[in-house]
Design a protein around this ligand. Structure first.
Ligand code: DX5
Ligand code: ZN
Length: 217
């Protein structure tokens, strides 16, 4: 497969031609489908829910990387497993008992991810890193596609990458928000393993070629 993995965010897909866009990702060099689930509480936006996820699962030939931007995500872990999520990421800021939540995700048969908002320091993960398969660094404030990348994210990624190495883990580092063909190589150099890209992929003239560029750097 080879790093970086590329996970196009379907939030920027054309929902009127969803199957076409899913096929494009299937045919491309992308590794995962990134699905953004928003509840209108944790973030000031609502995206899509189970009927759409099940439809995506029926056509997708690559793993579903599901990013939950919802409060109290424990309520829906089983439902997302049943809907076909392969990786389930919750927000640090939305979990009172994060250790239990990550364990429940793994027990439900999925990889467990934890995401940090731009204001949340990476050192807060020091005593939970071993329980996560992936950390998602938000490089914009969550809620919308097409926002500008926050430059301070590089510093967070470097610090997180050092923490992963210090602890002898192989936790994946994913970056989400404002990723472009231009900043992707610098993000990979800072320690990113998984690039999420919405607007960059779906608003480009040739999405498959853009995915290839993200992948090859
Ligand atoms: C934002 C979402 C992102 C979003 C990224 O809250 O988590 O996955 O789709 O979109 P771009 O790549 O356009 O910033
Ligand atoms: Zn996302």
């Amino acid at each position: 497969m080879g790093y970086p993995l590329v996970a196009p965010s379907l939030l920027s897909a054309d929902f009127g031609h969803l199957q076409r866009d899913i096929e494009m990702v299937n045919e491309s060099r992308a590794d995962w489908f990134h699905l953004d689930i928003m509840d209108g509480l944790f973030v000031p936006n609502i995206s899509f829910g189970f009927p759409v996820i099940k439809h995506i699962k029926a056509h997708a030939r690559k793993p579903l990387d599901v990013h939950l931007m919802i409060v109290d995500p424990d309520r829906y872990i089983k439902a997302f497993a049943d809907a076909g999520a392969d990786i389930l990421t919750v927000h640090y800021e939305a979990c009172t008992h994060l250790h239990r939540t990550l364990q429940s995700i793994r027990e439900a048969g999925m990889k467990a991810g934890v995401s940090l908002n731009p204001h949340t320091p990476v050192h807060l993960l020091e005593d939970i890193l071993y329980a996560a398969d992936m950390v998602l660094i938000m490089s914009v404030n969550p809620g919308f596609g097409g926002q500008k990348f926050i430059e301070h994210s590089y510093e967070k990624i470097r610090r997180l990458s050092a923490m992963v190495k210090d602890q002898g883990l192989n936790t994946l580092i994913e970056v989400d928000g404002g990723v472009t063909v231009e900043n992707a190589p610098k993000l990979v150099a800072a320690g990113v393993n998984v690039l999420v890209a919405g607007n960059t992929v779906f608003s480009s003239e040739d999405p498959e070629e853009t995915i290839r560029k993200l992948k090859e750097g």
